[in-house]
Design a protein around this ligand. Structure first.
Ligand code: 13P
Length: 264
């Protein structure tokens, strides 16, 4: 059974003091709520205050990026050790906004993922197609390439990754993938994960959905057999809506299994 994981990607929102205040509110909303892994990913400069704010709660702290080198002349970058030192446990890698605006490629996603795993961080690795790619029938080839290249050769660490399927056309647009569209993509991702890993590993990897997930569509999305959580943007910036999505995941059983492809 895969424990559902709901993570808030705050993107470039909230100062350090605002981040601490939002976490206080989330803690109050989630008092006594158990059964779902909850993560918040504030901007890097808010991580220290956020770490203090999550202390003593079950809320995990995540960053929004990590560099692959341990240290050196990489102005503006942050290493895994620096994140760990602040109490960070998760890191978002390869978000479509980084692919679109900051030159992220499958190759750099791979390097960041390896570095995060080596440091003991849990990478939340994002994949997803643009509207143009979907409309021209390339969803499958784009997403499988992102998986194959970004998550190659992870060995035994493979089971520690989390994948986030975020169709670019659904991010911040209010246009959510239908549960059936999302499930289809998640099943494709799990089949691809099975092809590049061994044994039953692919069945243990959590796959989050991201893209306009809100309290009113969360139950339907989270009840799909291959949707194991959510990566939430806009709705994560308010404690009440974020907590409502977490609670939507609490009662749902994530224990569905997929068939491995024949001969694998
Ligand atoms: P929205 O929930 O605002 O669509 O953002 C999704 C996202 O990009 C999470 O990483």
């Amino acid at each position: 059974m895969r424990t559902k994981i709901i993570a808030g990607n705050w993107k470039m929102n909230k100062t350090a003091s605002e981040a601490a205040a939002l976490i206080e509110e989330i803690r109050a909303e989630l008092e006594g709520v158990i059964g779902v892994e909850v993560v918040v990913c504030p901007p890097a400069v808010a991580l220290k205050d956020a770490a203090a704010a999550v202390k003593g709660s079950a809320i995990g702290l995540g960053a929004q990026n990590v560099h692959w080198d341990e240290s050196g002349a990489f102005t503006g970058e942050i290493s895994a050790a620096m994140l760990k030192d602040l109490g960070v446990k998760y890191v978002i890698i390869g978000h479509s906004e980084r692919r679109q605006y900051f030159g992220e490629t499958n190759e750099t996603v791979h390097k960041r993922t390896k570095a995060a795993l080596a440091a003991g961080l849990t990478p939340l690795v994002c994949v997803g197609e643009t509207l143009e790619e979907r409309d021209s029938g390339q969803m499958e080839s784009v997403v499988t390439k992102q998986i194959r290249e970004g998550l190659a050769d992870l060995g035994d660490d493979f089971t520690r990754i989390v994948v986030a399927y975020e169709p670019v056309w659904a991010i911040g647009t209010g246009r959510t993938a239908t549960p059936a569209q999302a499930q289809e993509a998640h099943a494709l991702i799990r089949r691809t994960l099975a092809e590049i890993s061994s044994g039953d590993m692919a069945n243990t990897v959590r796959i989050q959905y991201g893209g306009s997930m809100k309290p009113d569509n969360a139950v339907e999305l989270l009840s799909q057999p291959d949707i194991d959580g959510g990566l939430i943007g806009g709705a994560a910036l308010q404690a009440a809506s974020f907590a409502a999505i977490v609670k939507a995941g609490v009662s749902l059983d994530a224990g569905f299994r997929v068939q491995r492809p024949a001969g694998s």
